[in-house]
Write a protein of this length. Structure first.
Length: 302
């Protein structure tokens, strides 16, 4: 069952549509990713879902409720970590958790929540003294303290080092395992690929594609990359006309050849090499990544 349903959402600023007919549905229990270049309209869309912005047209429903008209009920079942969240520097972790608990009718007990998020030792620490990763964990705790059915995490791992980012990914998986649906806004392909069940790619206020990570990669014109160093120099034109090849490049320094294409291209390369008695050294065949699909879909730089 869909817990979030957005239909034909539009939001215009200064005469410019920044969200231009967006529709999608998030199923209960999934991690749904919202991926797109800067200014694509991701935050505007999720803030309409949270009831923080009022759509110009279209409809948004969270568990069947209107986030603007039924704001109080929606706040009780949707937890939000806002982009660039800040708390008062002197507030301790305990005070922040107590304060946020008081906002809700039926908050969860914040103590086990803090333990689960690795904040048990930090309850007396002031916000300003927390590391970036600890602040993010606190924001996740604050988004969960109301006992929500769905949580919106907006660019949660921006600014974190790779280690803290991976720890946060584990926490997001734990949140989903506890039965909470996650709507995740991110710039990071690896993050989206690793965590999300489905991803909506948003570009210039529109959904450019909505699919599973592997489905998005499969849509990319070149979903396989084959590279090898031939036992004798091979001119690029000898590889002309390979089926489904999108590009062929030779490294000037070592003669290594890289071909972007599909499985069909890989087979054709191998046949061509065999026919010409050429051995392929360090032959590598890898799947394209979500980066390639993203570039194809948005024409943007990842
Ligand atoms: N309150 C506002 N007034 C005017 N323009 C706005 C307002 N909020 C957002 N915009 C514009 O709408 C566009 C979409 O912004 P939004 O923050 O939704 O994008 P985003 O995809 O979340 O971007 P980012 O990844 O950089 O956070 C941007 O061009 C932004 O400048």
């Amino acid at each position: 069952m869909a817990i979030i349903e957005v239909r034909d959402l539009r939001k215009v600023y200064g005469g410019r549509p920044v969200v231009d007919g967006v529709s999608f549905a998030v199923e209960e229990g999934e991690i749904f990713g919202f991926l797109g270049p800067n200014g694509a309209g991701k935050t505007t869309t999720v803030e309409c879902v949270e009831g923080l912005r009022v759509p110009d047209s279209g409809s948004v429903r969270v568990a069947g409720l209107d986030p603007v008209a039924d704001h109080r009920e929606v706040t009780g079942l949707l937890g939000a970590q806002l982009q660039e969240s800040e708390l008062q520097a002197k507030l301790t972790v305990r005070e922040a958790l107590e304060m946020y608990s008081a906002f809700y009718d039926r908050p969860v007990d914040w103590r086990p929540l803090a333990e689960r998020l690795g904040l048990g030792e930090k309850l007396g620490t002031r916000f300003a003294k927390l590391s970036g990763g600890q602040k993010q964990r606190l924001f996740i705790a604050l988004a969960l303290v109301g006992g929500p059915r769905v949580v919106v995490l907006d660019e949660l791992t921006t600014g974190l080092d790779p280690r803290a980012r991976r720890d946060t990914w584990q926490l997001i998986e734990d949140v989903r395992a506890s039965g909470v649906t996650v709507l995740l806004v991110t710039h990071f392909m690896e993050e989206a690929q690793r965590l999300c069940d489905r991803i909506a790619v948003i570009d210039q206020g529109r959904i450019a594609a909505l699919d599973t990570p592997s489905g998005l990669i499969g849509r990319s014109a070149s979903n396989t990359v084959i590279s090898f160093t031939p036992s004798r120099p091979l001119a690029v034109h000898e590889l002309d006309g390979l089926p489904a090849a999108v590009s062929v490049a030779t490294d000037e320094k070592d003669g290594r050849i890289t071909v972007n294409g599909t499985d069909e291209t890989v087979n054709a390369v191998i046949t061509l090499l065999a026919r010409n008695h050429i051995t392929a050294h360090q032959l590598r065949v890898v799947d394209a990544t979500l980066d390639d699909a993203f570039l194809d879909l948005t024409g943007a730089s990842a």
